[in-house]
Design a protein around this ligand. Structure first.
Ligand SMILES: CC(C)(COP(=O)(O)OP(=O)(O)OC[C@H]1O[C@@H](n2cnc3c(N)ncnc32)[C@H](O)[C@@H]1OP(=O)(O)O)[C@@H](O)C(=O)NCCC(=O)NCCS
Length: 173
């Protein structure tokens, strides 16, 4: 398994990640609610926005298997609005057939390396309060639930997980 940057010039890779973001919403929220949250066009725009350095300091990572197929992704960005620069993990997804093999762990670890390089002191992510797999994944890195509230689009109860980057275990490169 190899983690690399998405090819920012590849419309096919951007479309694939957007499609998997939609699959994430369907899996986490259920088909009806999941399809109501964002259109595929909005999601594709969202991937492109994270790749536009004039708009945001963002990163789109993909994990590929030995054959070069993309089996997972993670999107994150730096938030400089508060007193302390914070890394925000926006979304992560791994194809069902490749789960429980450490793919998401590798993607999150790479994001932590990047956050540190960007000077972030905190890291955080929001997810549905019922997404126990994702919550377990981040708790493994020492994140704790630090906030909660409804999703602005469809009202789903969400939790915010956060950690000080200094306290997060980071694999040596
Ligand atoms: C959550 C998700 C990204 C995890 O991906 P993964 O590659 O299977 O995760 P990893 O193999 O790296 O697991 C790392 C740790 O996460 C936790 N975890 C992952 N899947 C879990 C599960 N099904 N049940 C409980 N804990 C789980 C465990 O602590 C695990 O460590 P362990 O295997 O040593 O016990 C994946 O299940 C997924 O894509 N889910 C749907 C999309 C989603 O919910 N995305 C987040 C939306 S914001």
């Amino acid at each position: 398994m190899r983690v690399r940057l998405i090819d920012p010039l590849s419309s096919a890779e951007i479309a694939l990640v957007a499609k998997r973001m939609l699959e994430t919403l369907v899996e986490v929220e259920g088909t009806e609610r999941g399809l109501q949250v964002h259109s595929i066009e909005w999601l594709e725009q969202r991937v492109r926005w994270h790749l536009d350095a004039a708009s945001v300091t963002g990163l789109v990572l993909v994990a590929e298997d030995a054959g070069g197929d993309i089996v997972g992704h993670l999107i994150c960005r730096l938030d400089n609005r508060g007193a302390v620069p914070t890394g925000l993990i926006a979304t992560a997804y791994v194809l069902p057939a490749f789960r429980r093999a450490g793919v998401a762990h590798d993607l999150v670890d790479r994001a932590h390396h990047w956050f540190r390089a960007q000077g972030a002191a905190l890291t955080s992510t929001w997810t549905s309060g019922t997404n126990s797999r994702l919550i377990s994944l981040f708790e493994k890195f020492g994140y704790q639930i630090v906030d909660n509230g409804p999703n602005g689009v469809n009202g789903t109860p969400m939790v915010k997980l956060g950690a000080y980057l200094d306290h997060v275990p980071i694999r040596a490169t």
